[in-house]
Design a protein around this ligand. Structure first.
Ligand code: ATP
Length: 459
């Protein structure tokens, strides 16, 4: 059983596609779950997802199938995440916000407006003796920094992990929202602060990954016990082929950072889906801010839904195919893997690594204490702030987190080196085989010539 609900969405053709390829489409629907898509060479690929939303689908249907169960879960204190993924201009932001967060026809409302409605309706209909409070945070990951969209002065939010709350965004603004109108006003202010730019593919392209975080707090009126459910909506920035989009300067730098973090997301999903049960697999969550924040959504006990947004036009067939392959891969993340790999990691940490890590850390710290002057320590702190790894040097928890970050990144780079070496080994093997074959052919030809040569007897 897969824990992740994965859907595909094909938006209407845009003017660029209509001018390049007319009203041709590369997608042929089979059922509400399966379809065939042609690549540029007219080769067919078939896909099956939990649901396919073809051109002309209603935003309400997407919400009901993809998001409603997660909204209900959040009100019952089950964490949930909804992610929109796809190439630039594929309809991710439209699916989240509709044409405008504050001002759009009811039928065009996006997931955000519907989630807000859904949360308040679920709370109003709850007959349990519970006092509910909903809080909203909004952050974006822009150029590998986490920025608070509800307070722009907080432009380098740190990601931390707590045993009780999981991944947390330390110090991010949380506003209490008491009704739908207040929620939409806050969402609108946050959205206005997002990094948006004009690109060849989209007049209003999101240049950041945006996270809308709703926390539903519950307090039992009888004994004041509290619980909470976190619902995160993630509007990812779009991947793009920079040679096709003609990105330059700042737009190019943004595109490279976006592509890198999406590659990191792909690697996490690959590591999760290719892990062997019972064998410890390194899942490189710490390789990017995006994967670190989504760690609970991907590897924890959260209900997660992925909407793969695609263009139906042959003009974007290869990008759509790559989005759909990502979705197909994500579908293989298993519920059992979620729990077991987390348990494996935790057990392993406790059983084997812990002593070594503690000893090594103590040894390194003792050496640093002796060698460094207080001025050095200050300089090092400044460097950490600049590099975005600011931490309180007196907190063991913080040191552990930084240490884990560095360890994890080192493991990832070792994995990369092993991959590169394997490619070299494969290449050398192929060259060796070719050389052997050519040597054998020369030997055979030489022997053949010898056989045909007339025998000369020397008397
Ligand atoms: N389902 C849809 N119906 C009508 N128009 C749509 C739909 N989806 C997308 N569009 C239009 O296509 C354009 C691009 O969509 P959108 O901004 O949502 O793309 P995106 O995937 O978020 O792109 P980026 O990654 O560059 O931010 C917008 O003008 C939007 O209005």
């Amino acid at each position: 059983m897969s824990n992740m609900k994965v859907c595909a969405l094909f938006r209407p053709l845009n003017s660029k596609e209509l001018s390049e390829f007319g009203d041709a489409v590369s997608v042929q629907g089979i059922t509400s779950e399966s379809f065939i898509i042609k690549d540029e060479k007219e080769q067919d690929f078939d896909f099956t997802f939990d649901r396919v939303f073809y051109q002309g689908s209603e935003q309400a249907d997407i919400y009901e199938f993809l998001a409603l169960p997660i909204v209900q879960g959040a009100v019952d204190a089950i964490n949930g995440t909804i992610i929109t993924y796809g190439q630039t201009g594929a309809g991710k932001t439209y699916s989240m916000e509709g044409p405008s967060i504050l001002d759009c026809e009811s039928k065009n409302k996006g997931l955000l407006q519907r989630v807000v409605d859904g949360l308040f309706v679920a709370i109003m209909n709850s007959e349990k003796p519970i006092k509910y409070t909903i809080k909203l945070s909004m952050v974006e990951i822009y150029m590998e920094k986490v920025r608070d969209l509800l307070d722009l002065s907080k432009d380098n939010i740190q990601i931390k992990e707590s045993k009780v709350h999981g991944i947390i965004l330390s110090g991010a603004t949380e506003v209490a929202i008491s009704d739908c109108a207040e929620a939409l006003q806050n969402l609108s202010s946050g959205i206005a602060n997002r990094a948006v730019g004009e690109t060849q593919m989209n007049m209003s392209s999101s240049r950041s990954h945006c996270l809308y975080i709703f926390t539903v707090h519950q307090e039992l009126t009888k004994d004041k016990r509290t619980k909470f459910g976190k619902l995160i909506l993630v509007d990812l920035a779009g991947s793009e082929k920079v040679d096709k989009t003609g990105a330059e300067g700042k737009v190019l730098e943004e595109a490279k950072t976006i592509n890198q973090s999406l590659t990191a997301l792909g690697k996490v999903i690959n590591a999760m889906t290719s892990s062997t049960p019972g064998k410890l697999t390194h899942i490189p969550y710490r390789d990017s801010k995006l994967t670190r924040i989504l760690q609970d959504a991907l590897g924890g006990c959260s209900q997660t839904a992925l909407l793969c947004c695609c263009s139906p036009s042959p003009y974007n067939a290869s990008e759509s195919l790559s989005t759909l392959r990502f979705g197909a891969r994500a579908k293989h993340i298993k519920a059992s893997v979620h729990v077991s790999c987390k348990e494996d990691l935790d057990n392993n940490k406790e059983a084997t690594v812990s002593t070594n890590v503690d000893e090594s850390r103590e040894r390194i710290l003792a050496k640093l204490r002796v060698r460094m002057t207080s001025e050095d320590v200050q300089l090092l702190e400044e460097l950490f702030v600049l590099e975005g790894i600011f931490f309180d040097p007196n907190s063991v928890e913080e040191i552990e987190a930084v240490y884990e970050d560095i360890t994890s990144r080192t493991i990832s780079s070792l994995y990369k080196t092993v991959e590169e070496l394997s490619t070299v080994v494969e290449k050398l093997k192929r060259e060796n085989a070719a050389l052997k074959a050519s040597l054998k052919a020369s030997e055979e030809s030489y022997l053949h010539q010898l056989e045909r040569r007339p025998l000369c007897l020397i008397l």
